[in-house]
Design a protein around this ligand. Structure first.
Ligand SMILES: [Zn+2]
Length: 300
């Protein structure tokens, strides 16, 4: 996990303070010491998105520094006050999981894990919502670039003069970004993610600073790899399909074998997102079993 600190005449800005996990506060104390600054020198904390490995320490760091915390309004709401459709453990969520072929015992395990993984521990930050298209941090002007598909309203920051992109989780150098779990058959998060990659590509950055892994330069090459990866996955899924409806779970089992609850959740979200993209392209149809809640996916 990377946190970025930008030095400016008006003080320091932090991008993504990191997770509220044991030892992370101490890491911050060491880092502040190493830089020879005080917590009070931090004036702004920008959170790219609401996953706890990014937002987790925002409240704590705000307490230490008095800095303002900036976040997209929609992202804030879905992180701290999720709607029924996105709430882990809600009936909507339970039925959604069940419709994919995940059994009750597994849903319970997933609910426990995801409840822990998505809950932002106190103190919660006092947030000022991002309103403008750009902001100044570390004496540079940064355009706020809204990207979707990983979360509802993830932001990247782009400095046009120097071609610098703070990319959060939207594009990472060695691992593919997790596509968020679809919230219904009309949803299409993989499409959103791929469209957002196009937006980033058009910026043509020369240096990309991601939230995980090392900074890198060749974004076009990385985007090519990611497009290839998703194309390959789409084809693998097509190869699993036939005229007979099958569940998401069947495809997950076929492609990934036995998985623990957390990976079962990730894999089910990933396969669902790919299936919904294929559906939007007219390549498959979705049906609902009249005897059960199960969703069936079949070739057109
Ligand atoms: Zn994330």
């Amino acid at each position: 996990m990377n946190s970025y600190l930008l030095q400016g005449k008006q003080g320091w800005s932090v991008i993504d303070p990191g997770p509220n996990f044991p030892g992370c506060n101490e890491e911050w104390e060491v880092a502040i010491d190493d830089l020879g600054i005080q917590f009070s020198d931090i004036k702004q904390i920008l959170v790219t998105h609401g996953h706890i490995d990014h937002v987790g320490l925002a409240g704590w760091l705000q307490e230490q520094s008095g800095a303002e915390v900036l976040m997209n309004r929609d992202e804030y709401n879905s992180t701290f006050y999720p709607e029924e459709t996105e709430k882990i453990g809600s009936l909507f969520y339970y039925n959604g999981m069940a419709s994919l072929g995940i059994n009750a015992a597994e849903i319970e395990q997933i609910t426990n894990i995801m409840g822990y993984v998505t809950a932002v521990m106190e103190p919660w930050p006092q947030v000022r919502f991002l309103q403008d298209d750009s902001l100044v941090m570390g004496d540079r002007t940064w355009e706020v670039i809204l990207t979707t598909g990983h979360t509802n309203a993830h932001v990247c920051l782009f400095n046009r003069e120097e071609g610098l992109l703070l990319s959060g989780d939207q594009i990472l150098p060695t691992i593919s970004t997790v596509i968020r779990f679809p919230i219904g058959v009309e949803d299409n998060p993989l499409r959103q993610y791929l469209d957002s990659l196009t937006i980033l590509k058009e910026l043509n950055p020369t240096k990309i600073m991601p939230a995980h892994g090392e900074p890198f330069n060749d974004m076009d090459a990385r985007i090519e790899q990611l497009l290839h990866h998703h194309q390959e996955r789409l084809q693998q899924i097509m190869d699993c399909l036939s005229d007979e409806p099958c569940t998401v779970r069947t495809i997950v089992d076929q492609l990934f074998g036995k998985l623990d609850a957390f990976n079962l959740f990730l894999a089910s979200g990933e396969i669902s997102a790919h299936l919904l993209l294929l559906q939007s392209q007219g390549k498959l149809q979705i049906s609902q079993d009249s005897q059960s809640v199960l969703l069936g996916f079949a070739l057109v």
